[in-house]
Design a protein around this ligand. Structure first.
Ligand code: NOJ
Ligand code: CA
Length: 732
């Protein structure tokens, strides 16, 4: 294959274009690198399969720029790269020369501790360009990695004489779109991702922004055309394009601000309280900016770019990190039936001063020893690994709204929560306890107590913590996604790892694949979770979008499993019961809750069986049907049992899908138990209309299955003997 081509540039007669077609382990590339450093202004990198082509060049002003094509279709048109710096007269935007460049490639397999599959291939071609700003002598490097599913690139700032510390005013990375794509977006916001998704053309974002910004306990939208990543788009010519970031470490989270005249997105970093967007010290690098692309939506879900761009695990012994299925004292508070708070008498609480023995309990406190024991019994009876308890610790009477620094100590239980008795009871029943730390966004206070709090967990045998960041951040003026607070979330993960504790952080910054490096980060919420179904409802197609957006960065503690859609406070859960079952397959997470009340599971024991059976750790995953906003069908093979599970979630309109079971072993026979919407099911008017069917199936079987509006189906496929198959109808 030809490695080099020389070709005259049509627009600049004297400019040479230099193409490098990547070949694995080519010594020739060394030579190419030499030539590049001397002459080249435009260089081409191809993906291992040759379908992607990324071109890097300097404009005639010396501005770094790149563009990306997929099978000769433009994905990112020529887009500029660089930084505005604070206090520097000369920004890192132009006046650059190529000083050096290198190419390399990698093809390796690694095994995640938990995941959608047990092997991940990390296969890419890399181009690293070193740029020198002539006037200042400053050096930046840009590292591009091109995979068969898209592009990742980051900025690197090596140690150098002219740049030690610097403050970013704005990162100026552009993503110029090739058309007015359809986007699945939520408002760009420095504090929350808890929004319903909008589906619109890029040019319609501005007019829909007001409608999109629904209320939240802490929120700071920043622009009429600002959106969050992971941003999912679809082009008119059938390309699916996803922009996100990977390895967000010691840097503010990136949003995208759209210039809707030119259809160019530009990075918009989360500022700190002073408006600064990152204090950097060399050597340092930005997170990776990712553009995942596919000819169908399933390709976006298959991509492992985000994890691959993160470092391998820093935790050597990972034996304590275990996927968990759990129940908890939670939905009853979310729906308003019980309370986190112990009393209604206190207007304000001062930890260490307020005497809880002097106040009258409100009679609806959820985390009482007796109630917790009930959940432990339920978990033990039905084979759940863990029980979460919220509202166990003092301080909830005024936990948010008052910008209070010292709301919780994470150590002191309420008088009616006997932490010793609970530990002993859980131990006797073989159930693990999950700790809850609502930080009330008082981040400094949490850090102050963190060692003691984690030690308490250790002492009482809690393996995992659910943390939360509701309300405005303290230190006041900081935002949930600024560099300082991003560093806090990371600190909490690493500190927890020291104590061998798994972390599930709600309201923290949305994940960016950091769980590869720190696999004790077993989940985040960091998006609009099931709780919003009790706060007035979420769009019924929400769950068909989340896997393409929020979940690009990592698992979500979505807390599915609601069987009673009309909840205590009068809110309605926009979902059918069968859809709730499917979520255990479609919303990948090594931490899965069965969120409804035990009594509601007792009402539907046949459907509950699926939640009991479904696996939470997978050997492989297949994305069978995918269209964000409309439908998603995933099949997964369980790591331990080898059983297959299929989940389908559906959008607003009824639909009959068709999936082949050709993923099954052709030499084997199986039983499939199908939990599906009845023909008259509907998320609003008839959510509990489900039916359970059993069939004999094999690799030749094809399932044609109806899903109601806001509905879906779940299937458990298990290998079966001839005996077990007797009398069962065959699914053809
Ligand atoms: C918001 C979380 O998402 C929810 O799960 C939790 O119960 C509350 N905060 C209280 O911490
Ligand atoms: Ca939340």
């Amino acid at each position: 294959m030809a490695l080099l081509q020389w070709q005259g540039d049509k627009s600049f007669i004297c400019r040479l274009k230099f193409y490098v077609v990547m070949l694995k382990k080519s010594t020739f590339l060394l030579l190419a690198g030499f030539f590049i450093s001397l002459f080249v202004e435009a260089q081409v990198l191809r993906s291992p399969d040759g379908n992607f082509q990324m071109e890097f060049s300097l404009t005639n002003k010396g501005e770094p720029s790149y563009q990306l094509n997929f099978k000769n279709k433009p994905v990112v048109l020529s887009s500029l790269l660089g930084f505005d710096l604070k206090n520097d007269e000369i920004d890192l935007l132009e006046g650059f020369q190529v000083k050096n460049s290198e190419t390399s490639s990698k093809d390796e397999i690694w095994n995640p501790v938990w995941g959608e599959e047990n092997q991940i291939r990390n296969h890419y071609n890399e181009f690293l360009v070193e740029l020198k700003q002539v006037e200042t002598g400053r050096i930046i490097k840009i590292r591009f990695r091109l995979f068969d599913t898209g592009l990742g690139f980051r900025y690197e700032f090596p140690v150098q004489e002219n740049m030690g510390h610097f403050v970013v005013q704005e990162e100026r990375t552009q993503f110029a779109m090739a058309g007015d794509h359809t986007a699945f977006w939520i408002p760009g916001d420095y504090d929350t991702q808890e929004y319903d998704y909008m589906e619109s053309k890029l040019t319609e974002i501005r007019s829909l922004m007001e409608e999109a910004i629904t209320p939240n306990a802490s929120q700071t939208p920043f622009s009429d055309t600002g959106v969050q990543t992971a941003l999912m788009m679809k082009s008119a010519d059938g390309l699916y394009i996803n922009i996100h970031e990977a390895a967000l470490i010691d840097y503010p989270a990136m949003h995208l601000d759209l210039n809707d005249q030119d259809l160019v997105f530009e990075s918009h970093l989360t500022p700190d309280s002073q408006g600064n967007k990152g204090f950097l010290v060399t050597p340092v690098q930005s997170p990776w900016r990712t553009v995942i692309v596919g000819e169908n939506a399933a390709k976006i879900l298959e991509s492992r770019i985000t994890y691959n761009l993160n470092e391998p695990s820093k935790i050597e012994n990972t034996s304590w990190i275990k996927p968990m299925k759990y129940v908890g004292v939670w939905w009853e508070m979310i729906t308003g039936q019980s309370s986190w708070a112990y009393t209604d008498e206190l207007k304000a609480v001062k930890l260490g001063v307020t005497d809880y023995t002097q106040v009258k309990p409100n009679g609806k406190h959820g985390a009482t020893t007796a109630n917790v024991k009930k959940y432990i019994d339920f978990a033990a009876k039905h084979g759940f690994d863990g029980v979460l308890v919220e509202g166990w610790n003092v301080g909830w009477e005024d936990w948010f709204g008052n910008s209070k620094d010292y709301v919780f100590d994470f150590l002191t239980p309420y008088p009616d929560f006997d932490i010793d008795a609970v530990r002993d009871y859980a131990k006797a029943k073989g159930v693990q306890m999950i700790m809850h730390h609502e930080t009330s966004s008082s981040v400094r206070n949490y850090e102050r107590h963190m060692d003691e709090a984690y030690q308490l967990m250790k002492d009482y045998g809690y393996l995992a913590v659910k943390s939360g960041y509701v309300g405005d951040i303290i230190p006041r003026g900081e935002y949930h996604y600024s560099q300082w607070i991003v560093n806090h979330y990371q600190y909490a993960i690493e500190k927890a790892a020291e104590y061998q504790i798994m972390v599930n952080a709600h309201e923290a910054v949305r994940p960016t694949g950091v769980a590869r490096t720190w696999p004790n980060l077993i989940a985040n919420e960091s998006a609009r979770g099931t709780e919003y179904q009790a706060f007035g409802g979420s769009k019924a197609n929400h769950v068909t979008i989340l896997p393409f957006t929020r979940q690009i960065g990592g698992p979500m503690d979505y807390t599915p499993g609601i069987f009673e859609m009309d909840v205590f406070n009068g809110s309605h859960v926009n979902s059918t019961l069968a859809n709730q079952l499917a979520l255990y397959v479609t919303m990948y997470s090594p931490l899965q809750m069965a969120a409804d009340y035990p009594e509601n599971y007792d009402r539907f024991p046949d459907a509950f069986q699926f939640i009991k059976d479904v696996a939470i750790d997978w050997e492989k995953s297949l994305y069978l049907e995918a269209e964000p906003g409309y439908y998603l069908t995933i099949a997964r093979k369980a790591k331990d049992s080898g059983d297959w599970f299929v989940g389908n979630v559906n959008g607003m309109a009824g639909r009959t899908g068709q999936v082949s079971f050709n993923f099954l072993d052709p030499s084997k026979s199986y039983i499939a138990v199908i939990y599906a919407d009845k023909a008259d099911a509907h998320f609003k008017s008839n959510p509990q209309a489900y039916e359970i069917k059993k069939f004999a199936v094999d690799a030749k079987s094809v399932l044609k299955q109806f899903s109601a509006p806001g509905g879906g189906y779940a299937v458990h496929i298990k290998e079966a003997t001839k005996e077990e198959l007797k009398g069962l109808k065959k699914l053809k």
